[in-house]
Design a protein around this ligand. Sequence first.
Ligand SMILES: NC(=O)CC[C@H](N)C(=O)O
Length: 352
Amino acid sequence: MKARLILEDGTVFKGKAFGYLEESVGEVVFNTSMTGYGEVLTDPSYYGQIVTMTYPLIGNYGINLEDVQSKNVCVKGFIVREKSDTPNNFRNEMSLDVYLKQNKIIGLEGIDTRALTKILRNEGTMRGIITIDENATLESVQPKLDKFDNTYAVYEVSRKEKEYYQGSGAKVAVMDYGVKQNIIDNFVERGCDVTIYPATTTAEEVLNDNPDLIFLSNGPGDPDDLDEIVGNVKKMIGKKPIVGICLGHQILARTFGGKTGKLKFGHRGGNHPVKDFEENKVFITAQNHGYYVCEVPECMEVTQINLNDNTVEGMRHKELPIYSVQYHPEACPGPKDSQYIFDKFLDVLNNK
Ligand SMILES: NC(=O)CC[C@H](N)C(=O)O
């Protein structure tokens, strides 16, 4: 079936729909990973976004449910140059098309994803709609684009109930703002006793459980929308060691009076070079963020930067056991080079 992507700048890309045939609005972003589309689709940080993959052939090894990063497909739409209809891999459970149908998410194929990416890179990410209405124009869809609002994304993707993974090691409280499964797995693999808390859980409730370490997770949306969560984290400061990834890192910056801003087109892919000053090494990292810490609080020092654009990628508190990274050490998709960060998280407990 014919379908089109209409961007808010008026550009129209005509292609073919796949997956679930219902129109969808979101912020259109691009990801440069060559593989790992199953992980991208299920990363809750993409909630509210229509993702286009820059790699031209997607779906060739099918979908394997062991790879998923959350229970649901989180993207609002998925755009590829060419989708594979004949996935071939011993781990393949179903095709991309069937997976999107099951999860009620529309796909668009057969458009010039390179041209689309150049528009997003030059003009910045913007809202868009994938629609099967052949008469749709920017004018006719404008009210739908205007209505799009991702303010409550964190609360929509967060677990509604606590979840527990027993372990014999450090007691880790994971604040679920949209946590990826491989983050949980990394703590569990290190023997941690993990409790995952819904985003609405109060600081008092978490502190009452007396964890050894509080982890602030990744998640969707604008960190500036999260005053309530920032207020909650403020109450945890000085009481327990705290570490964070991505949105968690941004929340920490705001907690200490720093500022976050929006990147023009974000960092999404599996090939971002990051320099870790503490290790004096460069690591190739997986990234997925549209916002960044533009003003580092005075009490924190910058431990890592992105070598593409020099933005902040890691911070450590000058006195308290508090440490965070902007990128994704758990990878999925992406290189696993920086999984040592999870060891650094646990080192925080020993004040290293
Ligand atoms: N992966 C994340 O946690 C993303 C954080 C935030 N939503 C951003 O886009 O910057």
